[in-house]
Design a protein around this ligand. Structure first.
Ligand code: C2E
Ligand code: MG
Ligand code: MG
Length: 407
């Protein structure tokens, strides 16, 4: 079939072969013959990253083994997918609703959510919705690179850290910063981590990447300390880093070399990844904790952890995913998830961080919620290391105004 102006190429992802066949059949019945059906989200991501064939719309099941729909949605946002997205689930309506909100919070073009078995009339309605909308995202410039290019960038000092502050909601103190990796291009353009971290993970480069980010972050903490700024630094680690038995000793050696106490370091692990097999990295996590390195569970709310699972892991901090923070003051569903997350953290005695604080309404809501720390564009965007001291001075002037509520 040749593509006409109206025809769409649809990517359908569902691990259940019967559901996959049924939906392909239904789509054909509605005149959409150009459908690629895949059983694994990982394969779908590979196809999308290859850029060929171009996909106009994705229909994705939420419950899948390996990589579930929620994690897939995060990756989709990372690669800047601009087509339409439809979420499908056999579970109750609320899960669909929440996953839809999360996807929208990540700026994806969500056209609707469908319960299984899919009602043909509703399917037709979401397909029509695709025609009526134009993508809201700006498609990133195509950026073609292979693992060798990334390797050269990591080893050649072209992966640098930006830092985003974390502040106390009560008192406004600047507690620390999160190191966020960027790949600097020869023309000065910075490529974000969502575009190269997955490649590093797939091609065995993640250890090298994490080590560079860590070493740079520790050196930077030392420089700030010398300038009178005592900041903690948080570094994101991948699950693959937690397979490496030398990892805790490497960190200890580098901290000594930089002259920075290990208590200044926080390692963030994404919840959805951790919950795939929470016991696997337990020995490394425990050894990191024994060295007094703080562990933080990142993007909380995307991984469906239970209280029991969390209790068994040596975390000291919980960061609620930005999808449940921004607009929680206005959306009862988000507010409920946010408050349940805080409640869980409190029961476990964990420090809480809200990420994705984007405006004064978010800030006021958090200030009243009892959450400990806040991070987000409203406080500061990620910035180069040299900008942090100046920002901190400016923040100390701004905070009393926020406190007085005159935002
Ligand atoms: P994350 O750890 O959840 O980091 C926060 C991300 O949210 C950052 O995106 C940050 O720029 C963005 N952000 C901060 N405040 C706001 C806000 O108010 N609104 C919105 N919409 N976004 C906000 P960034 O830098 O693109 O990083 C994306 C992800 O890439 C990080 O998510 C982290 O999971 C991963 N990452 C970053 N650096 C590294 C690294 O060195 N190693 C590994 N393994 N992953 C990294
Ligand atoms: Mg993080
Ligand atoms: Mg996060």
């Amino acid at each position: 079939m040749t593509l006409t102006g109206d025809a769409m190429r649809i990517l359908l992802i569902d691990d259940e072969p019967f559901a996959l066949k049924l939906l392909i059949h239904q789509l054909r019945g509605l005149g959409h013959g150009d459908v690629i059906g895949l059983a694994r989200a990982r394969d779908a991501l590979d196809l999308l990253q290859a850029g060929e064939p171009r996909i106009d719309m994705i229909l994705c099941d939420l419950q899948m083994p390996e990589m579930d729909g929620v994690e897939f949605v995060r990756h989709l946002a990372g690669i800047g997918f601009v087509g339409g997205l439809v979420l499908i689930s056999g579970e109750d309506e609320r899960i669909l609703h929440t996953a839809g909100r999360l996807a929208r919070a990540h700026r994806l073009n969500v056209l609707g959510a469908l319960r299984k078995p899919v009602d043909p009339a509703r399917l037709r309605a979401v397909l029509e919705a695709r025609r009526a909308t134009t993508p809201t995202l700006v498609e990133p410039e195509p950026f073609d690179f292979g693992p060798e290019d990334l390797w050269r960038a990591i080893t050649g000092g072209r992966v640098i850290n930006h830092y985003q502050p974390k502040v106390a909601l009560d008192g406004g103190e600047v507690i620390g910063v999160e190191a966020l990796a960027r790949w600097r291009q020869p023309d000065g353009e910075l490529i974000g981590p969502d575009r190269f971290v997955p490649v590093a993970e797939q091609h065995g480069l993640i250890d090298a990447l994490t080590r560079v980010v860590l070493v740079n972050a520790l050196r930077q903490v030392r420089t700030w300390r010398e300038a009178g700024l005592d900041l903690h630094v948080a570094v994101n680690v991948s699950m693959a880093n937690l397979d490496d038995l030398d990892f805790p000793d490497f960190i200890a050696r580098e901290a000594t070399r930089a002259g920075v106490p290990l208590t200044s370091l926080v390692l963030e692990v994404t919840e959805s990844r951790l919950m795939v097999d929470p016991l696997a990295p337990l020995d490394i996590l425990s050894r990191l904790r024994l060295k007094h390195i703080e562990l933080s569970i990142d993007d909380f709310g995307t991984g469906y952890s239970s209280l029991a699972q969390l209790r068994d892991l040596p975390f000291v901090e919980l960061k609620v995913d930005r999808g449940f923070v921004h607009c929680a003051c206005r959306e009862p569903d988000l507010c409920a998830i946010f408050e349940a997350s805080l409640g869980m953290a409190r029961q476990l005695g964990l420090r809480t961080v809200a990420e994705g604080v984007e405006n004064a309404d978010d800030w006021r809501f958090l200030r009243d919620s009892g959450c400990d720390l806040a991070q987000g564009y409203f406080i500061a965007r990620p910035m180069p290391a040299m900008a942090v001291a100046g920002w901190a001075t400016e923040w100390r002037e701004r905070y009393p105004v926020l406190l007085a509520g005159r935002t």
